[in-house]
Structure formats: C-alpha cells, structure tokens
Design a protein around this ligand. Structure first.
Ligand code: ADP
Length: 461
C-alpha cells in the first residue's frame, strides 16, 4: 500500500484486465457505471472450507464466445449478498476480493460470482471498483490497448490440436445462433473436427455411383462421419435435399431428412402421432369450403385455439374466447387462404407447457415454460419464462414415443398438462438449446455429440 494517490487512468467502455490471483491472464471487461458492484461470470460455484476459512471454487470461461477454454479458480469468500441482476431480479451471490490489473495499476476490487449471462461479457466492472482509480470515457473502447488473438492463444495455450476425433458437419444457416455455437463448441471440446456448412452455400451432384456435395468455391465435402442438420423452417426444402444427399453418400445424419420433412408438416405430424396411439388435444382441420361453425363444433365449441399451419414459435397461434371471436378469426385466416388447425383450448394448463429434450430415445433435459402475464402461450420468445421440472414417467414415455413415431433421434417434444393427462402439442426437429441449457445448466449440446459418438461406436482411444 502506498500513501500517494496514483493518477487515475482513463478507460473506455471495454478494456482488458488481468486477475493474477485467480490465474486469469486476460479477460475482457465491460465497463458498466450503471452497476454498483462488479461481477464475474462463473459456473460450478462451490463453497468449501480451507482451514477454518470459507472459500469458494468456480470455473470461468475467460474468453467471450468460447466455452472450450476453461479455468478453475479459488478465492476466499469476502461476503454473501443479495444482488439485483440486469433484469431486476435479486439473487444471492458470493463476493470475493481480488486484485485486478489494468495497464500499470493494480488494486483490490470486490467481485460477485454469477452464472447468469452478464450481457455476453465474462466480467462487468461496476462503480465501486472504479472509484479513486479510473475515469471513464464512454466514447472510447480499449483505451488501454488490445490483446490480439495470437496473444490470447499463447496465454491460454490454445495450440491447434492434432485431430483424432470424428469429422462432424453442422448443416445450418446462422453460425451465430446460440444453439449452433454450442454444438460447434461441444464437438470441439470432445475432440472432433467440426465444420459449419451453410445450407445455401452447398450444392450437389446427383449421381448414382458417386453422389457428391460441394461447397461454395467448388470444394467437394468428403470424409464426413456425421452431419447434424439444424434446418430452419424456411430452408426445409433445400436443407433436407442436402441432408438426403449426405445420406445417399453413406454419412450418418443425426436427424434423417425424411423425419425432418414430415415433422415440418404440422397436420401430417399430428396424424402420425395419433396413428401411434399418442394423445393430442382434440383437433379439427379444414381447407376452406367447410362451414366454419361445423369446424368449431368438431372441437367442442369456444374457447378454442386457432393455429396457422405455417406458423412457428407461437406466432401463428390465436386464442378465441367466444364462438363469435372464433368465427372471425377462422374466417379472417380463410380469406387469406391460410391453412389452419382448430384445437380445443386446454385452459387448465394455465399458460404453461413442457419442453422435453429427447436424444436417442431418452429424455435428457426438461423445462417448463410459462406464459407472460396476460398471455396464454408459453413462449420464451414472447416474454415467457422457463424453469426446470421433473416430468412424470407418463410424460417421459409420451415424449420418447412421440420422437420415435416421428423418426427423430433428437427432438424437442412439447407437452401440455390437461385434466385428462399429458397431451402432445408438437415435435421440433431442431429444438433450441439456449433456454433449456440455461435453465437446467446441462450440456445438452455435448449430449447430442455423445449420441453421435455412440452411434458410430467412437470412443477416446
Ligand atoms: P408453435 O409451433 O407456433 O410454437 P404451439 O402449438 O407450440 O405453436 O403453441 C404455442 C403455445 O401456445 C404453446 O406452447 C402453449 O403454451 C399454447 N397452446 C398451444 N395449443 C394450445 C391449446 N390447445 N390449449 C392451450 N394452450 C395452447
């Protein structure tokens, strides 16, 4: 400790800092003067005793958008405190006190440990840590200098690994999506060579003896062991055609093209489920000439739910509370020649539904989704929330059977709890990972890769 006050350094909105005591050579910090305390994104947080002192150990992924590099850290616990997170909810967090280094200054700051996403940053620097040491220039960024990728690679020992794993392609559209990033990382983490194939950049040669898939620029895509298709609805036609081509080349495609195609047709899917003896809410379908009133009667009258066959993520789902409302909604959809399903309204579900994540005939993770207040659709894209849940054995059986009936190895099965038992709402062939991984803290992406390893009888030698 020196008595003289050091000169304040000017920092921008993002800076690199070092936390030597935790073994973190460099972590990018978001300077957040809106927050009082500073936070470090940690997971596997565990309190323990060292001698008689309370300590905490935790893992940190120090690099943004990288879950492969991971450090195990330990520090004495300074406090445990209720902290409000960015969405306003309070949670109890461990507080540690460690010296950080920025440029040539080293000073002690308090850091709370949180496993909530800190706006994508691994560390937030709050007001308390800034006093006496720094001035913020919000218009500046990396005022103290940048750290290059090469330097980071050296610091974290990220040499290119010698590959002995499988060669797995992710066939999708947007590499920036959480789910796609996680699948790529999970594959790399387990030692495989991962390749991202953008659906629209693939093209193919239809040949009986030598079918081939090419990639933009004319490269032949060869030697793949497996393909994970994550085809968004608007790319179903072409995405499935590419997946089918890989199948004809003998590559293992985790969700087959046929299964994906049929799961995209909501009406056909429901028919398949019913044929397999599985329960769905009473549902009616009409193309158009049929009398609207008859269709309403088929499902037992209002209130009822009208669903657009082409809708997704709950966007094409409408609740009609009265017969009159039902008539207007159905007629409005018909007037634009939209195909629609009419379904009995499961009121007792109270705006909740379950998402069971099935891999290889097993339920690997499950969440309950709850609608935002005033909404009936349990949709996290529309302000709903997700929490962990233990599905009943009956619900597990239903989900596993549904995935099987659809021929899907990986499926997100949506179930609604009705007074007469669980009913199937829909089966998704590219279920999102963000909601379920965050709520359950499970490595679902890793489980998808493990299922491929198992299918191909690959194991670490
Ligand atoms: P999408 O495929 O567009 O997501 P879903 O059929 O899954 O549409 O419906 C979206 C949400 O609406 C469901 O998660 C559920 O909460 C609610 N919902 C759908 N069908 C019914 C129903 N028959 N009764 C009550 N709520 C329903």
């Amino acid at each position: 400790m020196t008595n003289s006050t050091p000169e304040k350094i000017i920092i921008g909105c993002e800076e690199w800092c070092q936390i030597a005591q935790l073994g973190i050579p460099a972590v990018k910090v978001r300077v957040d003067s809106g927050a009082r305390t500073s936070a470090l994104h940690a997971f596997n947080i565990q309190a323990f005793k060292r001698g008689s002192m309370p300590w905490v150990s935790f893992d940190v992924h120090p690099l943004q958008n990288n879950r492969v590099v991971s450090l195990r850290c330990e520090a004495p616990i300074a406090d445990r405190r209720m902290i409000k997170n960015s969405s306003g909810a309070s949670e109890k967090r461990y507080v540690i006190k460690v010296p950080i280094r920025m440029k040539d200054q080293i000073w002690d700051i308090e850091l709370t440990l949180t496993n909530r996403d800190s706006m994508g940053y691994r560390m937030l620097l709050g007001r308390e840590a800034m006093t006496t040491r720094v001035l913020v220039d919000p218009s500046a960024n990396m005022n103290l200098g940048r750290v290059s990728d090469l330097e980071l690679q050296e610091m974290y020992g990220m040499q290119k690994k010698i590959r002995s794993g499988l060669k797995i392609a992710l066939l999708a559209s947007n590499p920036k999506l959480y789910s796609n990033q996680r699948i790529m990382e999970a594959g790399e983490e387990r030692g495989h060579e991962m390749k991202f194939l953008t659906i629209k950049d693939c093209y193919m040669k239809l040949d009986d003896e030598m079918p081939e898939v090419y990639y933009r620029g004319g490269h032949i895509i060869s030697d793949l062991d497996a393909v994970i298709p994550r085809i968004r609805p608007s790319a179903t036609f072409y995405g499935c055609a590419i997946a089918r081509q890989f199948e004809s080349m003998g590559v293992y495609v985790q969700n087959g093209s046929l299964a994906i195609t049929q799961s995209r047709d909501k009406l056909f899917s429901l028919q398949l489920l019913i044929k397999s003896g599985l329960d769905i809410p009473t549902t009616g379908f009409a193309n158009s000439p049929i009398d609207t009133n008859e269709l309403i009667e088929v499902v037992g009258g209002a209130p009822l739910v009208v669903k657009l066959l082409e809708g997704s993520q709950g966007r094409g789902v409408v609740l009609a509370e009265t017969k009159k409302a039902a008539q207007s909604v159905i007629n409005a959809f018909k007037s634009v020649k939209a195909n629609l399903l009419v379904q009995e309204f499961i009121k007792e579900a109270g705006g909740k539904d379950l998402r069971l994540f099935v891999i290889n005939g097993r339920v690997k993770a499950a969440i309950q989704r709850e609608a935002a207040p005033g909404e009936f659709r349990a949709n996290i894209h529309q302000g709903g929330s997700a929490s962990t849940i233990r599905p009943t054995p009956e619900e597990r059986r239903l989900a596993v059977k549904a995935a099987k009936a659809m021929g899907l190895t990986v499926a997100g099965v949506d179930i609604i709890r009705s007074k007469s038992g669980p009913l199937l709402l829909e089966i998704n062939s590219s279920p999102g990972l963000e909601g379920i991984e965050n709520a359950t803290e499970k490595d679902v992406a890793g489980m998808m890769i493990a299922a491929i390893e198992k299918h191909l009888k690959w194991s670490v030698s």
